[in-house]
Design a protein around this ligand. Structure first.
Ligand code: NAD
Length: 471
């Protein structure tokens, strides 16, 4: 979009704060050109010096923590998760600054099968990486790919969601304080049109968002002939087997399903409980869910914040209505609220659900926990895999070996064992998203950084005589 007509809304009050200010196409192209011009100097710095710049940025972000939390709270209407987001970004900067120099050390030279020829490997960063991100964790997801790309030596042109642009200015103020870094990262406001323009201006794109938009970005990247790393939606299942610690499982599933008001890609969106554990698990879950309250009137109250995007509130409402019309039973919650001009959803446990309902098959992205009784582990696995998504999952069992034997059969990229949503905090383990939940190399672990490098081999002939294959 270039007309500046998107209205930035306060999720707690519904008030329009201002209009979005996306750059005009020429300004965006100039920003990309400036980043490209600055990138060779950045890439030529020793990896340790880039790491030092990331650590200086970390200090600047830590110093601006209050301003950033205030902006994020204004963007999203919730406080606790905003504090967590800043903490998580500080952790990421420290981790990549610590790991990047070693990861970027060239591998030892190899001797080729042909005598006399030595192979030396190198990684060549993509000059300009585009980062396009959603509204549910604006700061964290705006930087989760940008930081390893910068560590690898790329310049970054980022565009967070139009729904949550208020954190951009304070964040860019911190980057401007880091001399080596300031010229190689630009974050702009804008909606889908700006995102589409970015795909045409960069050499690789890291996209986080919904499956439908991910498909559009993948097609545009193919057209531009650039790689697209796609992290998309999910419909994460939790499986609770007989013999599991049900007190732990119910608390963990409840947190996994309702943290950030369910607005997380890795939210638990459906629960399958083995017959023998069903009644007790459900009773615990409903009792604990009933104790949660809305984060209203102040952002520091309660646990369940407002629904950030009105368009998503409409999806949640549609899924709830569909489930109730098809015979689901509300065990607690079950209502959308309008409070103070914002949209809210009470934590909701549903039973008598099946895969004929949207709430069991499509991403809901709200604090809704549908629970299904299953015969045994095989039945749970069959239902968990009956999905077009494949982001992550959770399995609770009496011991980790039994849980792992079930986890092994799930078509997802990460499984939390005897816990939920661990990928929110644990970023060291490599994982791919299965099915339509994503495409491209792992965002987690060392591969996250190597996604942004093209591999080059130097093939050095140390022999002096003629090559046997010459004319
Ligand atoms: P979305 O797909 O609507 O938008 C994501 C971003 O894409 C926004 O910045 C948007 O402006 C931009 N965009 C829209 N059209 C575009 C186009 N044609 N070209 C380029 N960019 C374009 O997603 P959303 O509603 O902001 O976020 C919610 C979705 O994100 C959910 O599906 C959620 O599961 C997913 N998500 C995934 C992960 C993950 O790591 N897998 C993490 C968080 C959120």
């Amino acid at each position: 979009m270039t007309g500046g007509t998107y209205q930035v809304r306060d999720p707690r009050t519904g008030e329009i704060h201002r209009e979005l200010c996306p750059p005009a196409p020429a300004e965006l192209a100039e920003a990309a050109a400036r980043l490209r011009a600055a990138q060779p100097r950045w890439a030529a710095l020793p990896a340790e010096r880039r790491a030092a710049a990331l650590l200086t940025w970390r200090e600047e972000i830590a110093g601006a923590q209050d301003e950033l939390v205030a902006a994020l709270t204004s963007d999203t209407g919730r406080l606790t998760e905003s504090v967590l987001e800043v903490g998580s970004v500080l952790g990421m900067l420290e981790r990549w600054a610590g790991q990047a120099p070693e990861l970027l050390t060239p591998p030892p030279p190899l001797q080729a099968a042909i005598p006399g020829i030595e192979i030396r490997g190198a990684g060549v960063p993509y000059p300009l990486v585009g980062v396009i991100s959603p509204w549910n964790f604006p700061l964290l997801l705006g930087l989760i790919d940008a930081i390893p790309a910068l560590a690898a030596g790329c310049a970054v042109l980022a565009k967070p969601s139009e729904v949550t642009p208020r954190f951009i200015a304070p964040l860019m103020k911190t980057a401007a304080q880091v001399p080596d870094l300031a010229d190689v990262i630009t974050m702009v406001e804008g909606d889908g049109a700006t995102g589409a323009s970015i795909v045409r201006l960069v050499d690789a794109v890291a996209f986080t968002g919904s499956v439908p938009t991910g498909r559009i970005v993948a097609a545009a990247a193919a057209e531009a002939f650039i790689p697209a790393f796609l992290e998309l939606g999910g419909k994460d299942p939790a499986i609770v087997l007989a013999g599991a610690d049900l007190d732990r499982a119910s608390s963990s599933v409840l947190w996994g399903a309702t943290a950030n008001a369910g607005q997380s890609c890795l939210s638990i969106e459906r629960v399958y409980v083995e017959e023998a554990a069903y009644e007790e698990f459900l009773d615990l879950l409903v009792r604990k869910a009933g104790r949660l309250t809305l984060a209203y009137p102040g952002p520091g109250d309660g646990q369940i914040g407002p629904l950030i995007d009105p368009a998503q509130a409409a999806v949640i409402e549609r899924h709830l209505t569909d489930a109730l019309e098809k015979g689901a039973t509300v065990r607690c919650g079950g209502r959308m609220e309008r409070l103070g001009g914002g949209r809210w959803c009470l934590p909701t446990v549903l039973t008598d659900v099946d895969h004929g309902m949207l709430v069991m098959t499509e991403e809901t992205f709200g604090p809704i926990v549908p629970v299904m009784r299953v015969r045994d582990a095989d039945h749970a696995v069959e239902l968990a895999n009956d999905s077009s998504y494949g982001l992550s999952a959770a399995v609770f069992a009496s011991d980790s070996a039994s849980a792992l034997s079930v986890a092994d059969r799930l078509l997802v990229g990460a499984v939390s064992v005897n816990d939920s949503g661990l990928t929110a905090f644990v970023h060291e383990g490599e994982k791919n998203s299965f099915n339509s939940s994503g495409l491209g190399g792992s965002r987690m672990g060392p591969a996250s950084l190597s996604r942004f490098l093209r591999r080059r081999s130097y093939l050095i002939n140390n022999s002096t005589g003629p090559d046997p294959w010459w004319h």
